[in-house]
Design a protein around this ligand. Sequence first.
Ligand code: PSU
Ligand code: MN
Length: 285
Amino acid sequence: MTACVALESTIFSHLGLPSPHNLEALDRCLSAVRAGGADPRITAILDGVAHVGVDEDRHEQICGPARKVAARDLGVAIGQRWAYGATTVSASLTLAASEGIEVFATGGIGGVHRGWTDTADISADLGALASLPLVTVSAGAKIFLDLAATLERMETDSVVVLGWQTDEFPAFHARSSGLPVPHRVDSADEVARIARAHWALGGGGVLVAAPVPEDAALDLVQLEMAVDAALDAAEASGVAGPAITPAVLGALADATDGESVPTNLALAENNARIAAAIAVALAED
Ligand code: PSU
Ligand code: MN
């Protein structure tokens, strides 16, 4: 099989990043995958049709306004012929798996939200990661989540968590959360061997957690203050459910005076680059 890397569309849509940074993110991710010798495949619902690979003439649409599509919404978006349903991690993994693709890159996965004991807000990303046999490359989980609870949940669900050239779980915009990863890997070949062995035993998802490159990383302490401000702003605006993640990402960009945006681009590109190397290693395996 040729080396393919699936990419989600939510991050490139208005839900993920502000214009024109989202188009830059898309271009940089596609280039990184191609430079690594793999074929990038953006997932999305366009005019009610599920795409795993989107032609260049529709990239502008991918970077525009969208309705958020998690795994459970895929059938609705197709059945109701949504013009543009932007796929989250859970929906992208579902579509990629349906095409036999083995590697997926994103910015940061969703996870267990802070305050989850009251709200029960746990991203469907975790369920898809647990059940579908793909390697997902992400800069850990989004900083404004409960990262310790997210790691616990992935242990319960038997998601393989690998630190990419690190012993600590990355915190999206920051290189480390201070929480240890269960295992460290240092090469794409190592990830490919682990994934093949895991899948041969009937296992599901493998999460490769890669820290944002040093020159683009934000400081964890400053970031925590911005996150508190962003969570307060999102709460004050009264958003709930699936609207929370886009709202907090937007508020975080404001709270960091826009500094979180180039960091987000750098980490997404870095993940795409690593994913391509893993896809090539798997294709050669
Ligand atoms: N990471 C980003 N930007 C995003 C997301 C993640 O840098 O927009 C999106 C992904 O699509 C992820 C989704 O799957 O947020 C999780 O949403 P929720 O927490 O509502 O499950
Ligand atoms: Mn949620």
